[in-house]
Design a protein around this ligand. Structure first.
Ligand SMILES: [Zn+2]
Length: 313
């Protein structure tokens, strides 16, 4: 009787273990997109962009970065497109020169279910002048843009790898805008997003998220005011989701209105939210460098983006 009881106990334990094994295999880490995101890998993509140097349009570093980002995205998507355009602008020299900038938005597509399209965006160019640098003699030099440019791109290129591993239940368009940070005045900025907003064609999304300056070690992301004013319900849903996921840097309070690449898309009728930490003392200075950023910050933002990709809002 004792032996039989022990045999039953073993059978019970065995079944229990099988059960656990089954539960574990159905949520295997290799299939969980959140676990697939590698923040160190993302940080390497941030560093790699900075290794090319400052990346304003019409420079060799700009061309090399374009080729690098295009080939990275090509690893993860069969459909990657360069969207070329030019813009005539004034340089920052005295007197200013009139020149033609040659730029490219880089667009990658994922997912086959076209009933719902989410746009994810960041800008890949960097500012040609450090006009907020405390040293006036340095204000004509180009910035590195580790946070202002490279951080959002780094998250999206690593998210692209996740999208290849686990196809999304909706269509996702990643667009890396060029010419965001060129000019001193608003009419010579956001060149890529303005061009895209007028030429969305088959890429026209239902809604979108812009990532800008999300690499700061001291990450704090209040609700951006243009996004809130344009689409309250949608914006609020994103911050509530961040709260639900326990992502403390997302602060459920209103912040500043920040002119950025989301505005041309909002004007074109697309609900577009800007996730941005504008409280960054190195903004548009020569100090916007890799050491001010952290993999952890990239991960916080990626967690939210990946959750929205796979769960919807
Ligand atoms: Zn900037």
């Amino acid at each position: 009787m004792k032996i039989i009881r022990i045999a039953f106990l073993f059978l019970f334990l065995y079944c229990g273990l099988l059960n656990i094994a089954c539960i574990e295999s159905s949520t295997s880490p290799s299939e969980d997109p959140l676990i697939l995101f590698d923040s160190n890998r993302a940080f390497d993509i941030l560093k790699k962009q900075c290794e090319f140097g400052p990346r304003p349009p019409n420079t060799d570093a700009h061309r090399k970065t374009r080729d690098y980002l295009f080939s990275e995205l090509k690893k993860y998507s069969d459909t990657v497109t360069l969207q070329p355009y030019t813009s005539d602008v004034d340089t920052n020299s005295i007197p200013p020169e009139r020149i033609t900038l040659h730029m490219n938005n880089i667009i990658a597509e994922f997912g086959n279910d076209h009933s719902d399209t989410l746009l994810l965006a960041a800008h890949w160019d960097t500012r040609p002048c450090a006009d907020k640098d405390p040293n006036p003699e340095k204000q004509r030099e180009p910035i590195m843009g580790a946070n202002d440019g490279a951080s959002g791109v780094a998250v999206l290129v690593e998210v692209a790898r996740v999208l290849k591993e686990v196809p999304p239940p909706r269509r996702v368009i990643i667009v890396l805008f060029d010419g965001e940070d060129y000019g001193k005045t608003g009419d010579q900025m956001f060149l890529g997003s303005r061009y895209f907003a007028k030429n969305m064609g088959k890429w026209k999304p239902d809604y979108g998220i812009l990532l800008d300056m999300i690499g700061d070690k001291d990450l704090q992301i209040p609700i951006e005011l243009f996004s809130w004013n344009a689409n309250r319900e949608y914006t609020d849903a994103i911050w509530r989701r961040a709260q639900k996921l326990g992502l403390a840097p997302f602060q459920h309070k209103l912040g500043d209105a920040i002119m950025d690449d989301h505005v041309p898309l909002i004007k074109a009728g697309i609900p577009m939210v800007n996730i941005i930490d504008f409280d960054y003392p190195y903004w548009h200075t020569l100090e916007d460098t890799v050491d001010k950023c952290s993999p952890k910050s990239l991960e916080v933002v990626a967690k939210l983006v990946i959750n929205i990709i796979y769960e919807g809002l």
